[in-house]
Design a protein around this ligand. Sequence first.
Ligand SMILES: [Fe+2]
Ligand SMILES: [Fe+2]
Length: 303
Amino acid sequence: MRVGSPQHRDLFCRTFIETHVAFEPEHLPWPELDEVNLRRLRAFPFWRYARSIEQRAGRMVTAFAHTVEDPVIRAAVALQGTEETRHGRLMEHAIERYGIDAPPLTIADAPVSPEEFAIFGFGECTDSFVGFGAIALAKQKKILPADLLDVFDGVMYEEARHIVFFINWWRYEEARAGRGSFGTHALKALGYHARAAMGTITGATDLPPMPALDDPELSEIVKGVTPVMFLQAALAENRRMLARLDPELIKPVIMPTIATALLIGIRMLPPRSALRQAQGDKGDKGDDGAAQRDGGDEARDAA
Ligand SMILES: [Fe+2]
Ligand SMILES: [Fe+2]
């Protein structure tokens, strides 16, 4: 299959539409939570951001679908808009059901154009990778009950479908416009990732700062998570999620590549014992960099 061909378009649009699951958020198997788990769930500070960001994504993607000329692509983008809007309703339902204090936030709508959809899509690639790691670790560490995390697993699978649809749409449009080889695509994709991150940072200046995690027991568990644990969990979950989609489709590679490079870098750090030895050799003269390196070694030692 040639990227940019009608067969490519049909495959990425058809796969996306055929893997859509019809459901209403309030009918999902939400578990009853005991006091400990309710307290933990309510302590996470991201609820109001997650709901508002999903609602904005629903409006933006739905509006973009109306501008797409190709009817096959338009139907798939419109379906993604429906799913993002449903994510917003799902967050709202979880907030109400579990009595989470998360007043709505007002976030300005993103402009609508193929360029903005590309920035949004690469931003989703980053957010999904981080989400994969977070949910997988929450399961591993039993931070929240597995049946609750299974509900959010369904949301993350939809995000996996979104990013695979997006990356194929982007490469399809690039190929049709006669732009780029593999090297230039990778560089361009990195540029979009950076613009998406900048958008998140500058957009965040309009928003109140996210409060710290307000639960000492939960803070202790989260503090015990090293960068290596997080990167490994995110990479494994990313592999598992993307393997569920047609192997012929292009898969996002920037975030897994960065995560793998970070893991290799952390593993190349000298072991903590070697640093202590080096510090001992220098005598007790003090070293501002030691604490920073210890952090890296903890991460490495956990590998
Ligand atoms: Fe979403
Ligand atoms: Fe999405």
